[in-house]
Design a binder for this molecule. Structure first.
Ligand SMILES: C[S@@+](CC[C@H](N)C(=O)[O-])C[C@H]1O[C@@H](n2cnc3c(N)ncnc32)[C@H](O)[C@@H]1O
Length: 281
């Protein structure tokens, strides 16, 4: 139980997977060009160190992973990817995707059902390092994301790249998350801009790039819409937000929903503003 009768959606893998699916659906409508922000900047990685070793942190259902792998296979002849994903139902979907989309391709997977914190605690640095590590929208759920970034950087081989994609402070969903975080007294979750400041001030070689897109949230107005309610759960990270959140918190979140951008099509949109951080070794 998080606080005030609420429980965290991210503590319930099945409900989280349902809510994430609805969010993903909305995301795909608006990010036809999402390849652009994940297309890896792999310029410095040497070709002669194959197989290329990738570490994917919080891979989810693997939709980004498959795009990244396909793009890397244009340069590298063999890939080995270690997948860290604590949610079994996400991993099952990723494995289905591998069966259909990666069939016959020179890619091997090592599936780890654990959190990145557990992986880092048990990983032998001497035995295995990586050319390319990515954390795409997965560090929100970690207790100390900056500590994780520092440790992941240590896992990079020379010339390796760590890619982090995270909400910036201007992201509308982030604003909701912060509002709910205050309520849950969980205010320590850094945004992508905080991560950038940390990395720069500690001498890391880091290149940021910002991306933004609008996501249709109109369904959130309809109390009877299952998808709308799941979207609200995903935005707030509260399970069954509409029925379990205190009235004042519901009001402030719904005010943010009401004041979202109204499109010419009469749909309401949240502005997602994300930063991609490329950290080089
Ligand atoms: C918002 S989803 C993003 C999934 C995928 N990277 C994408 O962008 O489509 C966040 C993912 O991080 C995973 N996750 C949550 N806590 C984690 C942790 N402590 N370590 C690693 N992954 C975690 C969740 O299970 C979920 O699959």
């Amino acid at each position: 139980m998080a606080a005030g009768g609420m429980s965290l959606l991210s503590d319930d893998p099945l409900s989280y997977a349902d809510a994430f699916k609805v969010y993903q659906k909305q995301l795909f409508y608006c990010t036809e060009n999402y390849n652009e922000f994940i297309t890896p900047a792999i310029g410095n990685i040497r070709n002669n160190q194959e197989p290329l070793r990738i570490l994917s942190v919080g891979a989810g259902t693997g939709n980004y992973d498959c795009v990244i792998i396909d793009s890397l296979l244009e340069t590298f002849t063999e890939i080995h990817e270690t997948v860290i994903e604590p949610n079994d139902s996400h991993t099952a979907k990723f494995q289905d995707r591998v069966k259909s989309e990666m069939k016959g391709k020179p890619v091997q997977f090592d599936w780890r059902h654990e959190k990145v914190e557990e992986f880092l605690e048990n990983h032998d640095l001497i035995k295995e390092r990586f050319h390319y590590i990515h954390c795409i929208h997965s560090l929100y759920y970690c207790h100390d994301p900056v500590d994780i970034i520092t440790k992941l950087h240590e896992l990079l081989l020379e010339d390796g790249v760590l890619m982090i994609i995270h909400q910036s402070e201007k992201d509308d969903v982030r604003k909701i998350y912060t509002e709910v975080g205050k309520y849950l007294k969980n205010t320590e979750n850094p945004c992508g801009d905080d991560m950038l400041k940390y990395l720069k001030s500690h001498g890391y070689l880091c290149t940021p790039k910002y991306f933004s897109y609008d996501i249709d949230i109109s369904q959130c107005f309809d109390k009877k819409s299952k998808e709308g309610n799941l979207l609200l759960d995903f935005f707030t990270d509260v399970a069954d937000f509409r029925n379990t959140a205190p009235r004042d918190l519901q009001e402030s979140v719904m005010n943010m929903v009401k004041w979202s951008k109204l499109g010419d099509d009469r749909c309401h949109y949240f502005r997602d503003v994300v930063v991609r951080l490329l950290v080089r070794k």
